[in-house]
Design a protein around this ligand. Structure first.
Ligand code: PAF
Length: 281
């Protein structure tokens, strides 16, 4: 497995792969890798001739400098973990390589998907994600690209970006990986204190209960039940809970038989922001 840091080096490799018609699987990450990432990378390696992982903490998708500054960075450990996945190449550029000292963010329309949930709470987040993912797609020219369903809104937005720009890339969404107690795996979990870590499984517990209630209760009842649950939990602050249409991501206030729904949640444990979601079908 090779580790490269410049666009020039990776572009030479891509040119040679393309000339021999190899398929390329791309897993974009921001590092601090966990089992969820490893499952994506392993899948990418098994489904393609050549598997690439990008590790890059993208400054333009953070709305708070403090969040960017505190984002975990564990490159040596990440490289060791990736070694056992069948991955062929890690691309880990620095910010000036990716943005050429000019932190320009493209402005995207994802047909409204960007204005829901995370888009309401993290200013310009999806422009930052779109900008960097588009750059990685241009550089690596993948056949397939792999993203986790924990960031379900991001996954839908990237699918939309490939369709709107007619990119010949198949976007593969992969299931959320969870700790034994249900907490969705996230690079941010490593920043939780012992007490916050003990409290955090409450998020998935309430989501699971909400999915059971969805079978019998109204959306308004579930929304107010969730609010009450979090009001009585001193360790976790609910930022939002929404039941939304899985395709449009628009907030649902009533149910229709023919629509697929998902519940989405964002919670603060101290200053650490955790998100999760669950299918309601
Ligand atoms: O999901 C992530 O880790 C990031 O948003 C991504 C897709 C690697 C873009 O920086």
């Amino acid at each position: 497995m090779k580790v490269v840091t410049t666009i020039k080096e990776i572009s030479n490799i891509i040119t040679s792969l393309k000339s021999s018609q190899k398929t390329i699987g791309l897993t974009p990450t921001m590092g601090a890798l966990h089992e969820g990432h490893i499952s994506l990378i392993t899948k990418a390696s098994s489904e393609n001739d050549f598997s690439i992982v990008t590790i890059f903490i993208n400054p333009t998708q953070f709305d708070k400098k403090e969040d960017l500054d505190n984002y975990p960075s564990t490159l040596d450990a990440d490289i060791k973990l990736v070694e056992n996945t069948g991955c062929d190449l890690i691309f880990t550029p620095n910010a000036s390589e990716m943005y050429a000292n000019n932190i320009d963010v493209e402005s995207f329309s994802f047909d409204g998907l960007e204005n829901e949930m995370e888009g309401k709470h993290r200013a310009n987040h999806f422009d930052g994600v779109g900008t960097i993912v588009k750059k990685f797609f241009e550089i690596t020219q993948p056949t397939k690209a792999y993203f986790g369903e924990k960031d379900f809104q991001q996954l839908q937005i990237i699918k939309k970006m490939t369709v709107k720009n007619q990119l010949p890339i198949e976007i593969i969404g992969c299931p959320i990986f969870r700790e034994k107690d249900g907490l969705a795996m996230s690079s941010r979990n490593t920043r939780l204190s012992k007490k916050q870590r003990e409290s955090a499984p409450f998020i998935f517990k309430t989501l699971t209960k909400a999915s059971q209630l969805f079978q019998s209760d109204s959306i308004a009842t579930i929304n107010s039940w969730i609010q009450t649950e979090f009001d009585s939990n001193p360790d976790l602050d609910l930022e939002y809970f929404e039941i939304a249409n899985e395709q449009t991501l628009q907030t649902a206030s009533s149910k229709s038989e023919s629509t697929k729904y998902r519940a989405f949640i964002a919670v603060y444990a101290g200053k650490i922001r955790l998100i999760d979601n669950i299918s309601l079908q």
